[in-house]
Design a protein around this ligand. Structure first.
Ligand code: NDP
Length: 328
């Protein structure tokens, strides 16, 4: 049998962590043939809560779970890591300026990048979930010069899945019938969910909708503001759906996308589609053998161009801000 894969989860005692860990242990992150070893990282005050979750994981008697270790030290938590899920982050609190938020997160993601650089396995794959995810990923990546930059990714899969579900609902089709949808840009309110290349039952999705005002005035803002809608309804931010998207992101990265479809991932830009090189921006990607490739050659019309550019501008501003703070 295969040796266990080391999966490090930060913020393990949080809401997303609670929903995520059981699914990793059950084999949904990497597949039913792959045993996993969990390495949980928490801040010292939350270690006890993480230990409680570990007791429950033990009680799951998961055949694929071959061990759980808990740390409050990043160097130890990332030693030998194959898959790193960076969930813990500093949330924006009332009265906090964007610069303060970026700085607080720099204090988290810089040492985590250094720890990954120092101790990760050669095949390490990193997914940043904690917000602002794209820029947190950029900070971590810039402090891991010995790890190929393309191993650092940010999660836009929840946005992708939300968009697929909304489109399927609008057209009265099954979610499995929706293919080739794209989230472009930042995981923020400026993100651009693009259905102009999407297909529904083999037909172009935008043509099937046939109503540009639904796309501009309902669909795009609905997807972009879905997080707020969840908070309003649940009284807490989305957690299980975010964990689900993290599972999807890594599973597809490792196991490959289906023929005739693609997914959205926040990845370091190679300059494709006019996105400045190095920014961690969401693109349509296909995956195979543990590697991803940007889908090339899509026609970008003026409607899409304007929205991609606006979100990428925000990413550039975030990069400038963390540069000024000396974080990248
Ligand atoms: P959650 O588990 O709910 O969220 C964790 C992070 O995921 C937040 O940054 C959150 O951003 C982000 N996120 C990304 N996408 C989504 C989404 N669609 N919906 C909701 N959240 C999303 O936070 P908790 O406060 O419950 O838990 C955080 C844990 O992290 C705590 O236990 C804390 O101790 C720990 N932590 C650990 C650190 C470490 O290991 N070094 C460092 C910092 C914190 P947003 O805030 O924008 O919702």
């Amino acid at each position: 049998t295969q040796a266990p894969v080391n999966v490090t989860v930060t913020g393990a005692a949080g809401q997303i962590g609670y929903a995520l860990l059981f699914r990793i242990a059950s084999g949904q992150l990497l597949g039913q043939d792959t045993p996993v070893k969990l390495r949980l990282l928490e801040i010292p005050q939350a270690v006890k809560a993480a230990e409680g979750t570990a007791l429950e994981l033990e009680d799951g008697a998961f055949p694929l779970l071959s061990g759980i270790d808990i740390f409050d030290d990043a160097k130890q938590a990332f030693a030998g890591v194959n898959v790193a899920l960076l969930v813990g982050a500093r949330p924006r609190t009332k009265g906090m300026e964007r610069g303060d938020l970026l700085e607080a997160n720099g204090g988290i993601f810089k040492p985590q990048g250094e720890a990954i650089n120092a101790g990760a396995a050669d095949d390490v794959k990193v997914l940043v979930v904690g917000n602002p995810a794209n820029t947190n990923a950029l900070i971590a990546q810039s402090h891991a010069p010995d790890v190929p930059a393309d191993r650092f990714t940010a999660m836009t899969r929840l946005d992708h899945n939300r968009a697929v579900a909304q489109l399927a609902k609008k057209l009265g089709v099954a979610v499995a019938d929706v293919k080739k949808l794209t989230i472009w840009g930042n995981h923020s309110a400026t993100q651009y969910p693009d259905i102009f290349h999407a297909e529904v039952g083999g037909k172009n999705a935008a043509e099937a909708v046939g109503d540009q005002s639904w796309i501009a005035d309902e669909f795009i803002p609905r997807v972009a503001k879905r997080g707020a809608e969840i908070i309003e309804a649940r009284g807490a931010s989305s957690a299980a759906s975010a964990a689900n998207a993290a599972i999807d992101h890594v599973y597809d990265w490792v196991n490959g996308t289906a023929e005739g479809d693609w997914v959205s991932m926040g990845i370091p830009s190679d300059g494709s589609y006019g996105v400045p090189e190095g920014l961690i921006s969401s693109f349509p990607v296909t995956t195979k053998d543990g590697k991803y490739e940007i889908v090339q050659g899509l026609d970008i019309d003026a409607f899409s161009r304007e929205r991609i550019d606006a979100s990428v501008r925000e990413l550039s501003e975030e990069r400038d801000a963390v540069k000024q703070l000396g974080l990248v």
